[in-house]
Every structure is written in structure tokens, then in C-alpha cells.
Ligand binder design. Structure first.
Ligand code: OFO
Length: 170
């Protein structure tokens, strides 16, 4: 049986993961509104990643005999000044999520809930990937600057992204 403090914290984090999904879906709408369909595709795949992150927590709470509770999802912003600004936001957001996961790890450890501690190690690794993929695109956008041809080339590259459900080993 899961402790109430842990159940509540994981339900809250699942809500933040659903918010991440909303945020990236809103970014997909933004990119598609400015005809950058490849960027839109990248964000749509990111939405699937975030739903996976949320559902893994939802399933975990249930598997531990707890109650998965759905909380209201905050409305995300709808506009960004440029692709660069959207990716600055993406990278900052992922760093924030890494901090939230670290807090959960600390809580699991202080509550001596080692099953939760182990489950969270998957998210610790996943956040390394999440930060690195956002930062890679952000750095490319900084290099691109005002070069429209280079931006369209990056758009074509991002159109190739497909969702591969992450392999869950923990
Ligand atoms: Fe983007 O990693 Fe979950 O929130």
C-alpha cells in the first residue's frame, strides 16, 4: 500500500506531465499556424511522450493500491514570439520538470518508499534525454538566426520524428 503523501505527490506530478502534454500540443498549434509543420510534428510526438510519462505514474499509483486522481490541467500559453522563444520555453520547462522529479526522489527517500524511489529512476534518466533533445534544437535555432533556408531545413529534419514508446525496465 502506498503512503498518502507519496500518492498525492505522484498524482500531482502526473498532472504536471499532462500539463507538459498540453503545453507541447499548444506549441504544435503555434508551429503549424506559421507553416512549420515539421516543428509541429516534433511537438505532436512530444505530446505522446508526455502522455506516456503521465500514464506511467497513473498506472503506478493504481498498481500500489492507491487512487489515481485527475486534477485540473492548467491552460498553456498559446503564442510565442518565434521558434527560438518556443524552444527556450521548452528547454526551461524540461529543466523545471527535472527539478520536480528530483523533489519526488527526495520525498521517496525520506519516506523510505524504495519501490517509488526505483520507479522514479526511470524518470531521472528520461529527463536527461528530455533536456538534451530540447537543448539540441535550441542550439540549432540559435545558429540559424534569421536564415530562413536553414530554418526550413531544420523543419524538414523535425518532420522525421516518430514516437517510439520508451522501453520501461524499472
Ligand atoms: Fe518532458 O518530460 Fe515529462 O514532463
Amino acid at each position: 500500500m502506498i503512503k498518502e503523501s507519496i500518492e498525492e505527490a505522484i498524482n500531482t506530478q502526473a498532472n504536471r506531465e499532462f500539463y507538459s502534454s498540453y503545453l507541447y500540443l499548444s506549441m504544435a498549434a503555434y508551429f503549424e499556424s506559421i507553416n512549420l509543420k515539421g516543428f509541429g510534428n516534433w511537438m505532436r510526438v512530444q505530446v505522446q511522450e508526455e502522455n506516456f510519462h503521465a500514464m506511467k505514474m497513473f498506472d503506478y499509483v493504481i498498481a500500489r493500491g492507491g487512487r489515481a486522481k485527475l486534477l485540473p490541467i492548467e491552460a498553456p500559453p498559446t503564442e510565442w514570439d518565434s521558434p527560438l522563444k518556443a524552444f527556450e520555453h521548452t528547454y526551461e520547462h524540461e529543466q523545471k520538470v527535472t527539478g520536480l522529479i528530483s523533489n519526488l526522489v527526495k520525498l521517496a527517500s525520506s519516506e523510505e518508499d524504495y519501490a517509488t524511489y526505483n520507479m522514479l529512476q526511470w524518470y531521472v534518466k528520461e529527463q536527461v534525454e528530455e533536456e538534451s533533445s530540447a537543448s539540441e534544437i535550441l542550439e540549432k535555432l540559435k545558429m540559424i538566426g534569421e536564415d530562413k533556408n536553414a530554418l526550413l531545413m531544420l523543419d524538414r529534419e523535425l518532420a522525421q520524428r516518430v514516437f517510439n514508446p520508451p522501453v520501461v525496465t524499472e
